[in-house]
Design a protein around this ligand. Sequence first.
Ligand SMILES: [Zn+2]
Length: 240
Amino acid sequence: MEVEPLYQLTATCPACQHEFRTSRIRPKFKEVSHMDSDFCPHYVKEDLNPDYYVVQVCNQCGCASTEHAKKTWSEQDLAMFKEQVSAHFQPRDYGGERTIGQAIETYKLALLTAQSIRESKRVIAGLLHHIAWLYRYQGTREHEERYLRFALDAYQEVYEKDSGEVNDARLIYMMGELHRRLGEFNEAAMHFSRLIHDKRIMDAAMIRAAREQWAEMREQMQQLKLAVPEGLFEEKKFKI
Ligand SMILES: [Zn+2]
């Protein structure tokens, strides 16, 4: 018997306790063909993208969450969610197969839910970045860039406010890479340079990625006939 790529499971809504069905893609169908430089995965079977099914949505109240979401809500979270999200939600079912358009809707509901219950900035940044990826799959560049900008701003806030560790290499890399993708080469260079030269940063994979994207950026700047300033990447020239 042939196995269907999608399977259904039941979830309980953290807001209204209603039980609803949601779908997932079976692991054996999740074959990654390649990964973009900001870690956006591309799958061998484009229409079977596991990312479309990451967000589970309660069909009664619109509460939308991923596995990273808060599990227990305070009274205040619930009141804010009701006022800001569920009061405006028309019951609808996202439990079956999803188109990319529906996947985008589920992520936007997850973003609204997360904002209403004051999720951590890190979770919100991740949602914004995923929405940018969905627009990338769809080929709508303008929307992709809008959400990359939102994600970058959110990552910056995480870096300034919540990042306890100096060595948050992945976060620094991500900020550099999103600046590069948005054409902000000087800002990108500052972040890549920091990863390459700051002796306290030990994450070899992120240092290598920063070197590769720095090379990519030099090419990009040459193509755009922008001068690559001498000494831009010199050691300790930039501090962030
Ligand atoms: Zn619900």
